[in-house]
Design a protein around this ligand. Structure first.
Ligand code: MEV
Length: 400
């Protein structure tokens, strides 16, 4: 342990609004007032955010509602703006962990996050193609017509500034002698989906142009569906924490920083550790996505596939010591949207988006990445200092 970093007082700013120690109704009142929720919206939150009639319109064979606690994490500064993060989950320590880590990142100036353009990819599989090279040429030559046909399938998206942007043809060869199929072609349709998550838009386009792709290739269309490996729609978050803000109990900030760097390298070298490292990231991201009505399974699938894109599964975030700070960076696909789906149907989701102050899909993606980075920091800091069980057991005792 290095004495120096322990001597310096942590320059961590106090939370703007404290919610600890208050009863849930009082917390809700404070958060609702801060977010400008109507009395109706606030009441919807208290009641679980969803009534049985709305639920019955969302799903088949509905027999009831399934509730989870909804918490709010504080202190997270993303691109200079402080956010309150609604989180729906069952695991203790996550909300408190995020608020704490967000405060530490705040001591380094907050998290900078950047979302790419909202480009989703839809795949059309073509089998029994007689001449793969000729078929590839025919599809590429017809690029403009195919993209126009995609756009014609969704005039509302085009009116909103989105639409088909690009097309790629990929050849997938048999994996080995036991592979039951010959080579196939896959056409990727790259579509700007603007404020939507985009699954419906791009699936419709793939289905719409599949007959033309069959004609051009002489093959047979198989699957026509988006890929959740949305690697053209990524988000990056970066943050730094001065050593002294990482100090914890008897652990000096510099030691914690070096421990976190070593934990990052462990995950970079070992998929067994990377899976758990990424699980900690998704603790925060999934809870936010669930609260805000997103398809968190899609984001999980995309995140894990992205984590394995080199051919070996790795961590979504990396931490390094630089000078007297710890710096972290996270990049991953983030297919989230603010129109359609649960955002329309679920009153609690609408209230959660208001609490977050989400200004658009890119903003939500940037906050989600910042949450992932901060949640990861919270877990790693606990793991390299007193261990994860101390906090967990404290909260567990409270529950019992
Ligand atoms: C537990 O839900 C998450 C952690 O296992 C994450 C990690 O190990 O980095 C603590």
């Amino acid at each position: 342990m290095t004495g120096d970093s322990r001597r310096t007082a942590p320059p961590v700013p106090p939370p703007a609004v404290g919610l600890r120690g208050l009863p849930p109704a009082e917390r809700r009142r404070l958060v609702a007032a801060g977010a400008g929720l109507t009395a109706e919206e606030s009441a919807a939150l208290a009641a679980g955010g969803l009534d049985i009639d709305a639920a019955d319109r969302m799903l088949e064979n509905v027999i009831g509602l399934h509730a989870l606690p909804l918490g709010v994490a504080l202190n997270l500064v993303v691109n200079g703006r402080e956010r309150r993060v609604p989180m729906a989950l069952e695991e203790p320590s996550v909300v408190a962990g995020l608020s704490n880590a967000a405060r530490m990142l705040g001591a380094g100036g907050g998290v900078d996050a950047t979302a790419s353009a909202p480009l989703m990819i839809s795949q059309v599989q073509l089998v029994d193609v007689p001449d793969l090279d000729a078929a590839t040429r025919h599809v590429l030559d017809a690029r403009a017509t195919i993209l126009a046909a995609c756009d014609a399938a969704d005039p509302a998206l085009v009116a909103a500034g989105g639409g088909a942007r690009d097309l790629q043809v990929r050849r997938l060869d048999p994996a080995g002698p036991r592979d039951p199929l010959g080579p196939m072609l896959v056409v990727h349709l790259v579509v700007d989906v603007r404020e939507a998550m985009g699954a419906n838009a791009v699936n419709t386009m793939a289905e719409r142009v599949a007959p033309e792709l069959e004609r051009l290739t002489g093959g047979r269309a198989g699957l026509r569906i988006l890929t959740n490996l949305a690697d053209r729609r990524t988000v990056s978050a970066r943050g730094r924490v001065p050593f002294e803000a990482l100090a914890r109990g008897g652990f000096a900030g510099e030691d914690v920083a070096r421990g976190i760097e070593a934990a990052s390298v462990f995950a970079e070298r070992d998929p067994y550790r990377a899976a758990t490292h990424n699980k900690g990231i998704f603790n925060g991201i999934d809870a936010l996505l669930l609260a805000t009505g997103q398809d968190w399974r899609a984001v999980e699938a995309g995140g894990h596939a992205f984590a394995a894109r080199s051919g070996r599964y790795g961590p979504l975030s990396v931490w390094r010591v630089r000078g007297d700070t710890l710096e972290g960076e996270l990049t991953m696909p983030m297919a989230v949207g603010l129109i359609g789906g649960a955002v329309r149907a679920h009153a609690g989701v609408r209230a959660a988006l208001k609490i977050l102050g989400a200004t658009g899909a890119a903003d939500l993606a940037e906050v989600a990445a910042a949450v992932g980075l901060a949640q990861n920091l919270a877990a790693l800091r606990a793991l390299v200092s007193e261990g994860i069980q101390a906090g967990h057991m404290k909260l567990h005792r409270r529950k019992v």
